[in-house]
Design a protein around this ligand. Structure first.
Ligand SMILES: [Mg+2]
Length: 281
């Protein structure tokens, strides 16, 4: 199931002015580190990006459409230019006093994500206000507050996974959170369970019943600085090959899941060029 990063707009992607209304290009300015960090999150982690924003009175005389869209479209185009694409953009236009079911922190605009086909438990709302964190609570996700003002009330402490000051802090947190995997693989010949954390410290616990093989696998964990746990029970009474082969399969599956989206193909091209050059010597 897909995880979602629900992103607030004002105060998260762009600075929110004192009048809380971005109705001209002059008022548009991006949060520091937004492009670099959100690019890495969008292209290297497995989140769908969904924007959720309240724009009070959009389309009324207090906030005419024509003053909203140029700045909004410039934001979207600028992000797209850096490979940051939104799966959907949800804009509520009501005023707070109208108590619309679509207005954050209520979930009326987001019901399609609540039908059990998305991994909400591992999804995250990123916002600057407590109403964003309440939205996270209402969706059953976690929240990340960025540049938030004021204390966090007791009832939201469980919801807020990170109270961040910058986008680089958010990226660091999401990468640490994400690049982990667990796997269980049982066949008639072997029963193997494993776990990996690519952002670990090289700690490992490996028991395959084959001392030398355990030692070799420990070298991968220690020298790659990944945490690796492997427990294998195989048909060693026949020979070692099923245990060794199936453990390697599980190790590959763990890396595959933990890596999520791969680096951009440009990075792979550079690696191939480097390998071709190496072969000349
Ligand atoms: Mg906001």
């Amino acid at each position: 199931m897909k995880k979602i990063l629900f992103l607030d707009r004002d105060g998260v992607l762009i600075h929110e002015p004192a009048d809380e209304q971005i109705d001209s290009l002059e008022k548009l300015s991006f949060l520091p580190g937004l492009f670099t960090n959100l690019h890495d999150i969008a292209t290297k982690l497995d989140y769908l990006l969904v924007m959720v924003t309240n724009q009070d009175g959009l389309g009324t005389s207090s906030f005419p459409e024509a003053t909203f869209w140029p700045a909004h479209q410039l934001l979207i185009n600028s992000l797209q230019g850096e490979g940051i694409e939104f799966e959907a953009i949800h804009i509520d236009r009501s005023f707070e006093h109208e108590q619309s079911p679509h207005r954050k922190p209520r979930t009326g605009m987001l019901t399609k994500y609540m039908n059990g086909s998305f991994d909400l438990e591992n999804s995250i709302v990123v916002g600057d206000r407590l109403t964003d964190m309440m939205l996270a609570q209402n969706l059953g996700c976690k929240g990340i507050r960025i540049d938030g003002k004021g204390d966090i009330p007791e009832n939201l402490k469980e919801v807020i996974a990170l109270d961040a000051k910058s986008w680089s802090e958010i990226k660091k947190y999401l990468f640490t959170l994400d690049r982990k995997a667990k796997c269980i693989r049982n066949t008639s010949e072997t029963k193997i369970s494993g776990a990996i954390n690519l952002d670990g410290i090289g700690s490992c616990e490996i028991h395959t019943g084959l001392g030398f093989f355990d030692h070799m696998l420990e070298q991968i964990a220690k020298h790659a600085q990944v945490d690796l746990f492997l427990q294998a029970k195989g048909d060693l009474h026949i020979d070692e090959h099923h245990t060794v082969e199936d453990t390697a399969i599980v190790l590959g599956m763990l890396f595959d899941e933990a890596l999520g989206k791969r680096q951009a193909s440009r990075d792979m091209d550079l690696l191939c060029q480097w390998m071709k050059q190496k072969r000349k010597y």
